[in-house]
Every structure is written in structure tokens, then in C-alpha cells.
Design a protein around this ligand. Structure first.
Ligand SMILES: [Zn+2]
Length: 113
């Protein structure tokens, strides 16, 4: 269950590099942040003349359902960092499994028909 060859060695090395850095971020978040603008409706507000007040929201999926949550401006930096952590972890996980699949393909070829 351990394919031989330089390609396999390269894939395995990459896998362990990714695994070494891969740690579940305890505060990681799914989804993505988006910025929209909304007018508050007060005719005297400065926003009545412009594009509106900035409104940040986090869009994410929970159990197959899309949810959108408004994010207060003062949370923005923190939430952005947590979303980045979540994405980096998911990307790493996806890469490890992809590398495992490529190693399986090599192993399968070495085994013969
Ligand atoms: Zn306004």
C-alpha cells in the first residue's frame, strides 16, 4: 500500500508538507464575506445622496441551507481572518485527499491489470 517511484515520492512529500501545516482552526468560519450598500431611508441622511451605508454580510451553508448574517463593521477584521482560516483548512484538506487519490492511481498502475 505504498507506491514506489519518484512521482509517488514527490506526491508523498507534498502531502506531508500540507499535513504538517494542517490544523483545525477552532474559530474558523465557512462561507464568504460580501459588501453591499443600503440607504437607511431618512431623507436628511447623507446616504440619501450617495450609494448608501456599507453593509457587510457573511453568506454560508449549514446542512445544505444557505444563510446570510449581517456582520457589524467592528467585527469585520476578526470575521475576515476566521473566514480565511476556514478556507485555508478546507483547501489543505481537499489537497491531501487529492494527493491520496493520485497515489492510489499510481499504486493501481503498479499492481497491473
Ligand atoms: Zn443613511
Amino acid at each position: 500500500m505504498r507506491p514506489k517511484g519518484t512521482q509517488a515520492a514527490r506526491l508523498r512529500q507534498r502531502k506531508f508538507e500540507v499535513l504538517r501545516r494542517l490544523k483545525i482552526p477552532p474559530e474558523g468560519l465557512p462561507g464568504s464575506l460580501a459588501l453591499t450598500h443600503r440607504r437607511c431611508g431618512k431623507p436628511t441622511c447623507h446616504c440619501a445622496m450617495g450609494e448608501g451605508h456599507p453593509l457587510w454580510s457573511l453568506t454560508f451553508m449549514v446542512k445544505g441551507k444557505k444563510r446570510v448574517e449581517r456582520i457589524p463593521e467592528e467585527w469585520l477584521a476578526q470575521v475576515r481572518r476566521r473566514v480565511a482560516e476556514g478556507r485555508a483548512f478546507k483547501d489543505g484538506l481537499t489537497e491531501v485527499f487529492a494527493l491520496n487519490a493520485l497515489l492510489l492511481v499510481i499504486e493501481r498502475k503498479q499492481r497491473g491489470p
